[in-house]
Ligand binder design. Structure first.
Ligand code: SF4
Length: 236
């Protein structure tokens, strides 16, 4: 390991510990890989509320993934309309379901759990419409693999904190964050960083004066505020 990587790993571990202290250890409901894949495609370029509404409507209209796969395209597009970009996402979801069926003979991707993480990632990335973030979400949250999804919040916060070069794109940041995250803590670290990005470090007007990471952050270092000791936000 290079010295620079070791320093960044140490900083990432400190950040993770601070976020755990501030927000606690988040947990999540595990769902099967196909359902997570569809849900993640629905979440592209929209918020969680719209994604959830589209997902519930889709499941209500088509209770099985086989029914979604075989439905006429317009019905699927109509069901997922709240997620936005439904004319793209509908065909993308159906194509993914057809591809899985073609490759595996069924709508089940649990075989990924037995593969090395890079083989599992490569298999997912071969599905049209599945990028590094979607693949990492499925690998991490369904199969407990050491993947680190980088969404817009994680990308912004890691840039401000100096965990990655400012110019690094989100795709490359996945590879870097998988090296920097404390092993086994990828899920909580990812979720807490999203929460921090939403509640304290949004794109506009980050609240550096009450940020628990301020003394670790080049962006926040120049902000005048409430003294040197970080202020912890409330849980809940
Ligand atoms: S100090 Fe400011 S810029 Fe840095 S992580 Fe905290 S809120 Fe974001």
């Amino acid at each position: 390991m290079t010295e620079e990587l070791a320093i960044l790993r140490s900083k990432a571990a400190q950040i993770h510990e601070r976020l755990i202290e501030a927000y606690g250890t988040p947990c999540w409901t595990k769902i099967d890989g196909v359902s997570e894949l569809v849900s993640t495609i629905l979440s592209q370029n929209t918020n969680d509320g719209n994604r959830d509404l589209a997902y519930v409507r889709l499941r209500a209209r088509f209770p099985t993934w086989e029914q979604v796969r075989d439905a006429d395209a317009e019905s699927v597009v109509d069901a997922i309309r709240p997620a936005g970009l439904s004319n793209q996402k509908g065909p993308r979801i159906q194509a993914a379901l057809r591809r899985i069926t073609h490759e595996r003979g069924e709508l089940n991707i649990d075989f990924l759990a037995a593969l090395p993480v890079e083989d599992a990632r490569r298999w997912l990335l071969n599905i049209h419409g599945v990028g590094p973030k979607t693949a990492a979400i499925v690998l991490l949250f369904c199969y407990d693999m050491p993947a680190f999804p980088v969404d817009t919040h994680v990308h912004r916060v890691t840039g401000r904190l100096g965990l990655r070069p400012e110019s690094m794109n989100a795709n490359d940041a996945h590879t870097l964050m998988e090296k920097l995250s404390p092993p086994g803590a990828e899920g909580p670290f990812h979720l807490n960083m999203i929460r921090h990005g939403r509640e304290v470090c949004p794109a506009r007007a980050p609240a550096c004066e009450r940020c628990v990471l301020r003394d670790l952050c080049a962006h926040g270092a120049g902000v005048s505020g409430v003294g040197g000791k970080p202020q912890f936000v409330s849980r809940g």
